[in-house]
Design a protein around this ligand. Structure first.
Ligand SMILES: *[C@@H]1O[C@H](CO)[C@@H](O)[C@H](O)[C@H]1NC(C)=O
Ligand SMILES: *[C@@H]1O[C@H](CO)[C@@H](O)[C@H](O)[C@H]1NC(C)=O
Ligand SMILES: *[C@@H]1O[C@H](CO)[C@@H](O)[C@H](O)[C@H]1NC(C)=O
Ligand SMILES: *[C@@H]1O[C@H](CO)[C@@H](O)[C@H](O)[C@H]1NC(C)=O
Length: 707
């Protein structure tokens, strides 16, 4: 089913002009005449005042918003489950690409062949001390004709295995939790661990720690599923992208690691795991004997007050998981709107399309917003607008398996992206519930704030997103993109591209379950689709500014401020004899370069407003603004995890490390126990120097001159 487009797009206006030639903008006719009168004989695009163009584009973009088109896109995208690599997922590939094509946008697909993982069968039974046995139903109770199309709950890339062993409850499965068990004299070696989600660990992190403690298998449940009966699927792979083509694109016929290659094996857990419903977990938890759980764990199991034991046993479980890993074709879909003046500078909007089940929240609320932005940009194009820089709309596949589609594409296009990508704007779950949230690299903070001042708040009459956001004081807490939980990871952490990630609502109870459906969205998260409209508005306007402003709206003083903040936090964690001076000095140098650039921008704006032809000067300045972020990359990458090149933002290897910046320094801090005091200090000091040098590289790039 195709949603209605506001306008047929194969009209004479669009078809008689090739994409490289602009249609005549009617509204700027008088303006052009005036310029000609003043003696300007440049080509059409030079005589358009960039400010006016952007203002017109903004007005038209904002006035063409529509909740009904977004809701119809979401409805069509979520008719069936569409797990990556399955035949049903092809429906969404076709839906997105035909949408772009019908809008007359330049459209293409890019396929990769990658290793994905699917369940074959799973079973779990509990054998209680009184002799009774329960065979658990491992599926969700879905009341729908579609239910057999929904993949059974599983953990992608879990090894197959059968285990018959006693159960131990390990709370969130963090190191501190195992330490608490150690105090009670409980050893999980040889047991199946029962873990509740939510202690800040990733799924893969939970399994990795359990493995290191000698557990034989992991059962993971989410308390959010208590009411819905949902079971949370997810990946347990370590690292990002196709595990058989680490660092390069997984193309058909290209080099590929063997499944037993040590580098591939490092990516997979060694013990099997399965997700469990809250109800099933509760039955097991309630049957455990042994030591009483530590008081601070007591709310485990959804706020109940009964005193529970942690085991081991006496309950035994018979756990079986059989899965298959197989090479699978995945599809990224793109629409490209060529920039008129700087076609070789890219502003990229990206969202993944693949879902564990129906994906109404995760991720197709974002896809629906992306498709609506495409519709509105097409309308702008029909009205004579062309962006200064190229805008790319990207629809990624296989994000749920570990950002696979976006990562393969970034790896394949690394040189061009490094030289030409201005920014990457990510939306995953556009709407999960109320409240605006954002993450960004700091030079984009101000742009983000300015844009939220132009978009209507979806939940209050007359206000803007900014007002509501500021009132909740969350503007000061723009997150930094150190996590690896969506497609910004390859763009920022591998390629050093300034990035933004936005969404409404923080958590949602049907996450990765069969209940993440269109009905759930309309019932709970966004009944009138106004929050979708707000996200599409912010996302689309961010791209318009980045694509159309003659000087890139990047503010490196804001980066300086944030780096100073990070350094302050770090200094509280360090011993006296570690020196932060290299870091402090490098930030000061960046500050003075950023101030000089600010002055330069002022001067260029004055020249521009006098109508001087300064395109090459602007271009040179913009390149410096764009490339400064690349300075934070380090060819060697993080130690032991070379794919992660960004030394300011990236994930620490220790899942429990509290620093969400300077990942190399965070690693050195958490390796404290495995090294002598002297080695530890030297390693830490070295990592501080590395970050300082990264900041110096950014400064040099921003200044633009060779030393
Ligand atoms: C737990 O038991 C295993 C196997 O008996 C043993 O190797 C390990 O050292 C024990 N761990 C602790 C923390 O006592
Ligand atoms: C046996 O123990 C389990 C777990 O405690 C309980 O759910 C079940 O009702 C018991 N069965 C009998 C027959 O007592
Ligand atoms: C465990 O489950 C498997 C598969 O359902 C079954 O073949 C096996 O006999 C069971 N083992 C025990 C000890 O119950
Ligand atoms: C769009 O918004 C209007 C105004 O709030 C509302 O009446 C309408 O039901 C919404 N449409 C959809 C599809 O939610």
């Amino acid at each position: 089913m195709s949603p209605p487009l506001t306008k047929p797009t194969t009209t004479a206006t669009t078809s008689i002009f090739s994409p490289s030639k602009p249609p005549p903008p009617l509204y700027s006719f008088l303006f052009l005449t005036a310029l000609c009168f003043l003696g300007f004989f440049y080509t059409l695009h030079h005589s358009q005042n960039p400010k006016t163009t952007l203002q017109h584009a903004t007005t038209l973009f904002l006035s063409s918003s529509s909740n009904s088109t977004i809701s119809s896109y979401l409805h069509s995208l979520t008719l069936h489950p569409h797990l990556a690599g399955t035949s049903l997922s092809l429906d969404t590939v076709n839906y997105v690409s035909s949408h772009f094509r019908k809008l007359n946008l330049e459209t293409h697909k890019k396929e990769y062949q990658v290793l994905l993982s699917y369940p074959v069968k799973s079973s779990l039974s509990a054998h209680f001390s009184n002799g009774s046995v329960v065979n658990f139903n491992m599926n969700e109770f879905v009341d729908s004709a579609e239910s057999e199309k929904i993949v059974a709950p599983y953990h992608a890339y879990s090894p197959s295995g059968s285990v018959h062993a006693k159960v131990v409850f390990v709370n969130y499965g963090r190191e501190v939790d195992y330490n608490a068990l150690g105090v009670l004299g409980v050893n999980v070696s040889g047991c199946v661990v029962l873990v509740r989600k939510g202690g800040g660990l990733s799924r893969g992190g939970v399994v990795k720690i359990a493995e290191s403690k000698g557990a034989l298998a992991v059962l993971l449940y989410a308390e959010e599923g208590r009411l819905s009966g949902g079971v949370e699927r997810g990946t347990v792979m370590r690292g990002v992208g196709d595990p058989l083509s680490p660092g390069w694109a997984g193309v058909e016929g290209g080099e590929r690691l063997g499944l037993e290659d040590s580098e591939a094996l490092e990516r997979f857990p060694k013990i099997p795991s399965l997700p469990l419903s809250f109800g099933n977990a509760d039955v097991i938890l309630g049957s455990l004997g042994g030591r009483t759980m530590p008081p601070e764990w007591r709310d485990s199991g959804g706020g109940r007050s009964r005193v529970l034991k942690v085991g081991p046993g006496p309950t035994m479980v018979n756990f079986t998981y059989q899965g298959e890993k197989k090479l699978t074709i995945i599809h990224n879909v793109f629409a490209v709107i060529r920039g008129l003046e700087e076609p070789d500078r890219y502003v990229i909007l990206g969202n993944h399309r693949d879902a564990w089940t129906y994906g109404a929240v995760d991720p197709n609320s974002g896809t629906a917003a992306l498709l609506d932005i495409a519709r509105r940009y097409a309308l702008l194009l029909q009205n004579g607008w062309n962006p200064r820089r190229t805008i790319i709309l990207g629809s990624w596949d296989a994000e749920e398996f570990g950002m696979v589609g976006s990562t393969e594409w970034v790896e394949q296009n690394l040189v061009n992206l490094g030289a030409k990508a201005v920014a990457y704007l990510n939306v995953d779950c556009a709407v999960q519930g109320p409240g605006f949230f954002a993450g960004a690299t700091p030079q984009l903070d101000n742009l983000l704030i300015e844009v939220t001042k132009k978009v209507k708040d979806p939940d209050t009459e007359g206000g803007t997103v900014y007002e509501k956001w500021a009132a909740k004081n969350q503007v000061n807490t723009i997150q930094r993109l150190s996590g690896v939980d969506s497609d910004f990871a390859p763009f920022l952490q591998h390629a050093g591209i300034p990035s933004i990630d936005i969404y409404y609502g923080r958590d949602f109870p049907v996450y990765h379950t069969a209940f993440d459906s269109y009905e759930w969205m309309t019932k709970y998260a966004d009944p009138l689709f106004h929050r979708h409209v707000a996200v599409a508005g912010i996302w689309g306007l961010l791209a318009l500014h980045l694509a159309d402003e003659s000087i890139l709206p990047f503010d490196y003083l804001s980066y300086v401020e944030q780096l100073q903040g990070h350094t302050g936090v770090l200094s509280n964690l360090l011993d006296q004899d570690i020196s932060l001076h290299p870091l402090i000095n490098s930030i000061q140098e960046l500050a003075s370069a950023a101030k000089e650039v600010e002055f330069e921008i002022k001067q260029l704006r004055e020249q521009e407003s006098r109508g001087n032809f300064i395109d090459l000067k602007l271009r040179a300045l913009n390149d410096r603004l764009m490339l400064a972020e690349r300075g934070f990359l380090d060819v060697e990458g993080l130690q032991g995890r070379q794919w992660f090149k960004h030394l300011i933002y990236g994930p620490p290897s220790d899942y429990e490390q509290k620093l969400d910046f300077f990942p190399g320094i965070a690693d050195a801090l958490s390796q404290s126990t495995s090294k002598s005091q002297q080695n530890r200090q030297a390693a830490l000091q070295h990592e501080i120097w590395r970050v300082a040098r990264a900041i110096q590289r950014a400064t040099t790039a921003l200044k633009g001159n060779l030393t």
